[in-house]
Design a protein around this ligand. Structure first.
Ligand code: FES
Ligand code: FES
Length: 154
């Protein structure tokens, strides 16, 4: 069936089989590789996108169920072609190594800080529990999110 997906502010009409996940449609049908394919069973967080502003594992969401709802991938964070301040904080703090977890990590952190503008480190760690990183040991990621939240609010 033809389904209209709203991806990073752009409408895309795609022919979608009802059993296809959003992750499959993004990557295999639309060639949007922002969301990474890790475990494919809702554990690693690599496939995280924002659906209506909330983080979801796109490997667990049927694409047809997202019809008409805004979907944000990591590319949707950029501002006028520049990195989002959260992305900038990740770079400054060395919170990116192989980068596989980074799109999902950024989107989860972004949504969390939107909802919790003054988080402490424990809350940041808890918010990122569903996003696994094999490389960084998490400390630099928490540093980056904390720095971003602090500077965002002035
Ligand atoms: S690929 Fe979706 S949670 Fe791991
Ligand atoms: S930077 Fe490699 S998995 Fe997180």
């Amino acid at each position: 069936m033809t389904t209209r997906l709203l991806i990073n502010g752009r409408a895309r009409d795609v022919d979608v089989e009802p059993h296809r996940t959003l992750l499959e449609v993004l990557r295999d049908t639309l060639g949007i590789f922002d969301a990474k394919e890790g475990c494919n069973e809702g554990v690693c967080g690599a496939c995280t996108v924002l659906l209506d502003g909330r983080p979801v594992s796109s490997c667990l969401v049927l694409a047809v169920a997202t019809r008409g709802k805004p979907i944000t991938t990591v590319r949707g964070l950029e501002r006028d072609g520049d990195l989002h301040p959260l992305q900038d904080a990740f770079l400054r703090h060395g919170a990116v190594q192989c980068g596989f977890c980074t799109p999902g990590m950024l989107l989860t952190a972004y949504a969390f800080v939107e909802a919790h503008p003054h988080p402490d480190r424990a809350a940041i760690r808890e918010a990122l529990e569903g996003n696994l990183c094999r490389c960084t040991g998490y400390t630099k990621i928490v540093d980056a999110v904390e720095d971003y939240a602090r500077n965002r609010c002035g």
